[in-house]
Design a binder for this molecule. Sequence first.
Ligand SMILES: CC(C)(COP(=O)(O)OP(=O)(O)OC[C@H]1O[C@@H](n2cnc3c(N)ncnc32)[C@H](O)[C@@H]1OP(=O)(O)O)[C@@H](O)C(=O)NCCC(=O)NCCS
Length: 174
Amino acid sequence: MDADELHYSKRKKVSLIYREYVHPKDYADVSNINSSALIVSFTYLYEEFHKKNSDLFIVAENEVNNKILGFILVEKNPKSLKKGTALIYGIASHPGYKRLGIGSGLIRNVMVNLRYNHPKIKHLYLHVQETNEEALNFYFKFGFKKVKFLKDFYSWGENAHQLALSIADYFGED
Ligand SMILES: CC(C)(COP(=O)(O)OP(=O)(O)OC[C@H]1O[C@@H](n2cnc3c(N)ncnc32)[C@H](O)[C@@H]1OP(=O)(O)O)[C@@H](O)C(=O)NCCC(=O)NCCS
């Protein structure tokens, strides 16, 4: 058995539901995943983003025990980008539950909500550390493309790639 087969054979089966973040009930679970998976903490945005566009702040929950296993936090028309765009601030799966499709499910849910609830939004953007191969591979799988290289983007001096994907391309439309 090669390494890939071993990896796949070890995959756990989890039955997930994707739903909107609820404040403050989900705060602790989401902030735990945030702090274990991401360098930047977005906890200060949870309540505000939930109030502004609750359908763009999604959690993945284990249907069996209601444990939260991932989240995605997106802002519509952020000041830093042109109109008609949305920006992923953070996406993370629980460290013990990677490669189970959770991240893909979070992206899918946000894409569907953008397409049907926010039709003026045409592109989804994000920033990712230059060295974060795991995340880059993840985003490339959906068709995200590098659009800009941002030197010293992060406060600790690391460079970033800005990536973008058109909503129409995600759904295979013209
Ligand atoms: C990036 C992240 C959210 C992906 O979540 P996930 O639940 O593991 O993603 P999925 O299981 O849906 O993976 C979908 C595909 O992405 C690609 N992918 C994901 N992780 C990968 C890795 N470590 N190496 C190579 N490809 C990877 C694969 O093509 C995978 O499909 P496959 O498992 O069928 O081969 C997760 O790794 C994570 O939380 N990382 C830490 C936080 C982070 O870096 N967030 C992004 C900040 S910009």
